[in-house]
Design a protein around this ligand. Sequence first.
Ligand code: CTP
Length: 414
Amino acid sequence: MQSTFNPKSSRRVLIGIGGGIAAYKVCEVVSTLFKAGAEVRVILTDSAQEFITPLTVSTLSRHPAYTDKDFWQPTRQRPLHIDLGEWAEVLAISPLTANTLAKLTYGMADNLLTNTILASTCPVLLAPAMNTEMWQQLAVQRNWQQLLADSRYHGMDTGYGLLACDRVGAGRMAEPAEIVTHIQSLLHTNGKRDLLGKRVLISAGGTREHLDPVRFIGNPSTGKMGLALAQAAMHRGAAVTLVHAPATWNVPQGVQSIPVVSAEQMQQAMLECFPEADLIVMAAAVADVKPASYSAEKLPKRSLPTKLPLEPVADILAELARLKQPHQCLIGFAAQTGDIVTPALEKLQNKKLDAIVANPIDQPDSGFGSGNNKATFIDNQGHQVEISPCSKLQMAHHLFDFVQGSIGAPGTWH
Ligand code: CTP
């Protein structure tokens, strides 16, 4: 799992571990956050300690882990739950058990973890994990919905799969990498849900134009920037659709996934979803040309042409711009070498976009395949903001801040 924090950004994360077998996966969350530069503190409930030990997490976080024994420690000058509650910039509870969920729903506090939550005001991320029957109980679902009605709580969907009880069903805890990404989003936004009620449509990855079933014209895009945009938009409250070319990553729970291969399939999917979308970001690296003919059978080497006749593919972004309604905001990407701003400005104007991301692809630690990126945002009012190298998730948040008007642009689309 690759992740980094912007050294200037907030990074004090408190993890609360509940009693469930998924507790062992939270060790990876603690370790990844620490390696990414966060200060991590961990509270284990009594039942969590049946699954993992305080020593495990204190070793990973390089700080003593807290348990209820510390809560009742008479030598402290200030109550521990107050100190921890004030210290945390984000609190994440994983796995969230039915028991802790019920207590939080009713504002009950009978241990260090629940007292700390009540004594804090920061965003709280919840990653439930339990057996399918338990998760689907009406009482549990009612508590879950009721708790999420409180805007400080951010819920992660449970996954579907083989559970430790040998059941295949809902109730799996979100993957550690997803939990880390969501925590990073909350650190950036402080829990702000400024895309709530918006539909965000994003394209990602490099399309493939096949000559036959095994050979294609493609490009090095891995779709990581589009994925980060989808995660950031979802964490800010949007309903997100991700139209993506073949990728090595999984689409996060909660994002509607439309897998495609060719530019033509991407065009079709984007056109279908476009009318419902409020904010559209074309982050995909779309082919400009395709082989003029396609063979459904694999061509033997001896039959391969030595010259490949090509034909153009439609410019999806330009087509979307022609259909765009005043309430919609359409953003393109310009992956460039050398001078990135001049060609990006031309694309912004020619394609009649609201904004464009000028993205260097000839610099280290930026562009295709990298976990990090660097860019200049330009909007159609002449605002330009240069974003220094940062993770693709941070870049995605900076872009949403830009279109919402908080870093330079007027944000008139909403
Ligand atoms: N784009 C698209 N359809 C295409 C080609 C590009 O929708 N067939 C979109 C990309 O997703 C990106 C923007 O247009 O958001 C700019 O893509 P880019 O490849 O940088 O520019 P082109 O318009 O293709 O121009 P050129 O290749 O000449 O730089």
